[in-house]
Design a protein around this ligand. Structure first.
Ligand code: CO
Length: 169
């Protein structure tokens, strides 16, 4: 097991759509183990594989510190099947943007399909923080960072300040 290096913005791998997992083998299990170790080492509540330089559709979520009844979850090839019309603004951070936090508008609930680590197809309905983290992480594997979800004025402000060297990611 090893803690992997977190890829920081503006690395190009964060802007790429990754490939689906095809083989549910021991290599996949090793990747997932390393991803968990990495997420916990950085106190993250979610992690996408391209954030550790792996171009595969793997997402981890663990919000058990906040929602004690929700176990850590591995989602392989996840897809959001539906978004609630009701949305909510909440502050988000990202391990690829250390120290940067912004309020992001997200759907309150989502329905997600995915495969578990053994290749079994699953579907879940998530709400609240769980739904928010899933949307954030599934965006990652589609090459979308949370900056893209900011309103235009805030996004422009971010890009200007970033180009001026305000953020040290
Ligand atoms: Co992130």
């Amino acid at each position: 097991m090893s803690v992997l290096k977190i890829v920081k913005y503006p690395a190009s791998i964060l802007k790429q759509r990754v490939s689906p997992v095809k083989n549910f083998n021991s290599e996949l299990k090793n990747i997932v183990r390393d991803m968990f170790e990495t997420m916990y080492a950085y106190n993250g509540i979610g992690l996408a594989a391209n954030q550790v330089g792996i171009e595969l559709a793997i997402v981890l979520v663990d919000i058990s510190k906040v929602e004690k009844n929700l176990m850590p979850l591995v989602l392989i090839n996840p897809k959001i099947l539906s978004y609630s019309r009701q949305k909510k603004m909440e502050e988000e951070g990202c391990l690829s943007f250390p120290g940067y936090y912004e309020k992001i508008l997200r759907s309150k609930t989502v329905v997600v399909s995915y495969y578990d680590i053994n290749g079994n197809k699953k579907e879940i309905r998530a709400e609240g923080l769980f739904a928010r983290v899933l949307q954030h992480e599934i965006d990652h594997i589609n090459g979308i960072t949370f900056i893209k979800r900011l309103p235009l004025n805030k996004r422009i402000r971010f890009h200007i300040l970033h180009s001026l060297g305000k953020y040290k990611f």
